[in-house]
Structure formats: structure tokens, C-alpha cells
Ligand binder design. Sequence first.
Ligand code: SDX
Length: 432
Amino acid sequence: MTESGKVATVSLEGKTASLPVHSGTLGPDVLDIRKITAGLGVFTFDPGYGETASCTSKITFIDGDKGVLLHRGYPIAQLAEQATFTEVAYLLLNGELPTGTEHDGFVETLKSHTLLHEQIRNFFNGFRRDAHPMAILCGTVGALSAFYSDANDISNAASRNLSAMRLIAKLPTIAAWAYKYTQGEAFIYPRNDLTYAENFLSMMFAHPSEPYKINPILARAMDRILILHADHEQNASTSTVRMAGSTGANPFACVAAGIAALWGPAHGGANEAVLKMLAKIGSKENIPEFIAQVKDKNSGVRLMGFGHRVYKNFDPRAKIMQATCHEVLGELGIKDDPLLDLAVELEKIAIHDEYFVKRSLYPNVDFYSGIILKAMGIPTSMFTVLFALARTTGWISQWKEMIEEPGQRISRPRQLYTGSPERDFVPLAKRG
Ligand code: SDX
């Protein structure tokens, strides 16, 4: 962060505050309001923090108007096309793309942490078989701290790095076992001869009774889907992880909080909601009626997978996801996938409809992801689990960055109080 040399002078009822303006590497400058209360005696007001920079960060940059997404300066399209997920995970965590040796060491370290304590198997048995896998993921990740007391020593860099590796390595195992548990199938243990994406597919779809053959097309698609979901600046779940982390909570608890926040249909739960929406629409003939419902504010119906707090243009991930969709379905020999046809037609209609254009509503990362995942045999209930699996790398990178920020302090927003003025207590006997 550099001083721009610019200062905003704000006056109110005879009081004045001089607020410095800071510049980053890319994107708009920020107005530093930390002295506004001392100067003017007022708070700022920004419900949902849509206009507020909560931190400085070097990890991800988004330009919502231009549809730009960079991870440590590298465009998402180049990473999705040319990198593996473990290279991107290393990049997010450490700031630079790994050399061959660094990458090999990183992957080997991850492989030494893919197993879960055998006691954790008992956690799954506490859930009903029809439990949503996100509930199992959230509970089990939060409980991991009970097995790694060193995770509480967040002032120790080695401990922070070990917790990061444990989370990145164990999330696929927990996610796959959550799925297997709901299916009543045997847990499949991690295999260290496989890549990160291959290992997840193996734990999801293998059976102990027979060898499991990795489909390279699905493995490459899975790897790319993980890259596209890895990090995304200060979104709701990442802000939740940072908020929890600012109190000094252990990283397992912070990531569990992030999983809980991601679950909502307005956020990471949208991929699951898109599939339900497409199933409800059913056929292209029903699209006009559905669009009319979306435009009717009283219907409460939203075009899921469309719109974004930051992107007011195409989400660059959606474009890559759509291309991957066509690729995977084609390579799987799925010629006319009705869901994809319906989604493509829905997008075509929506992006030319004044209602959506005027509101800058375009497809986001969730619009096509569910179609690929369904084609890969992943059940709808596991879509957000996959999102959480990938985003764990982003969450823990952002958590580390926050903890290592000099002068880091607990987050504590204020409010505009609109409740009752002070009044005296009335004893029950006198309240009639
Ligand atoms: C993710 O933040 C991130 O980076 C998130 C994410 C990440 O990687 O972490 O990118 C992942 O969460 C993607 C978003 C997934 N969610 C959905 O697809 C759910 C559907 N989309 C929306 O609910 C909505 O677009 C949000 C939640 C994504 C954004 O909400 P905003 O910024 O609060 O949008 P808004 O309500 O200010 O929208 C402005 C207008 C409103 O209409 P008016 O009051 O102006 O008449 O657009 C309308 C909204 O009603 N609108 C929609 C709509 N999204 C917004 N109308 C119909 N369908 C939609 N999807």
C-alpha cells in the first residue's frame, strides 16, 4: 500500500477530518476512514461492506467491470489452462509459482497428511445417512482441532504452515468420506500414487472390491474446477474466515466457519441451486415463463448462477467453465445433454434481456459448474462440498496473510442503533 499523496477533507457541522487516500498495485484507491470518528464524531455506514476494503491483500485481484481475475498476478485463464491445482495452491500460499523441486516437495508434504486420525471415522457415524454432506464437512473440519492442539499456536510460523498443509491435504478425504457415508459405501483411503484431483475421484468413486481406473478426462476437468474455485478475494466466506481468525481462533475452526458461510444459496450453495432451477424449468419452452417469474419481485425467484456483487460483466470463471463443460461432455460422449442445452438457451435469452443487462447480471462461476459435476457423476448435494474443498486453499492462504499482517487486530464493526432510547425496568407485577 502506498500513500497516494491525496487527502479527502470531509466537513460536517463545523468539524473537519482529513482522510488519507491509499493506492494499491491495481484497482481503485481507498479512502482511509480510520480517523473519521475522531474527526467528525460519526461512523461510516456500509451494510454488507459492498463499498468497503476490509484489508490489504496480495493474493487475488478482481476487476468486476472488466471481468478480470488474477491470482498473485497470474490471469485465471492461464492458470486454468496451463497449471495444476497443486501449483495454484502453492502459488496462493507462497506468492510465487513453484519450481519443479518446490512443487514436488509441496506435493510430497501434502501426501503425508491425507490420512485422518482413525478416531475421526467415528464422527461420521454420528450423522444420519441422509445428512447433507456440507453438515458433515462443517462438523468434521471444526472437530479436527481436537486432534491437533498445536494448531492453536498461531504465532508459530511452522505451526501455521503445518495446519495449512493438513487442511489442504485432508479436505478431499473428509469430503469423499462424507459422500461415501451418505451412500452407505465403504470409505476409500487416500492413494499417494495419484495426483490431488485423481486421489479425490478415487476416494469418491472407487470400491475396495475392485481396482479403480482413473479417467484422465475427468481428472483434468476436476483439477481445473478446483483451480477455478480456489480463491476469490474478500467474498463472504473468506471474510468469515478472516473475521474468525482475527480473534485468534485456530485455523480448523476458522475454515469450518468459512464452510458454514459458503453453504448459503446466495454464495457457494448456488451451484446446487442452479441444478434445481434447471430441473424446475424442465424444458426450453418453459424459459419465458420462468424469466417472467424472475422479473416479478414478489415471486422471490432468482436466476441462480447469475449476478455477482463484484462482477458487472461476465465472471471469467464462467466462460472457462462453459468451455470445460462442452469439452467434458464431448469427451464423455454426451452429445445432447438436456441440462446443458437448457442452460445455454437460458443464458442466451437472459444476456440479451434488458432486465438482466440493466442490472449487469451475467453468468457466474456457479452457472455451469453443476452441469459438469453432474456429468462427472457427482451428486448435486456434493457440489458445494467441492467448492469448499477447493476454496480451503484460498481460505487458509488468506488466513495466513491476515495472521502475518503486522499490527493485525480483532475485527469489530460498529452499527447504527435504531432501537429503543434508554428506559427504566418495569417489574413483572406492574406489567399487567
Ligand atoms: C459466488 O463474492 C464472491 O466472490 C462470491 C463467489 C466466490 O467465488 O466466492 O464468486 C461465489 O457466491 C457467486 C454468486 C453465486 N450466487 C448466485 O448465483 C445466486 C444468485 N445471485 C444473486 O442472489 C446475487 O446476484 C448475488 C447474491 C450473487 C449478488 O447479490 P447483490 O450484489 O446483492 O445483487 P443485488 O441484489 O444488488 O442486485 C441488484 C439487482 C436487484 O434488483 P433491483 O433491486 O435493482 O431491481 O439485481 C437483482 C436484484 O434483485 N438480482 C437478481 C439476481 N441477482 C441480483 N435478479 C434475478 N436473479 C439474480 N440472480
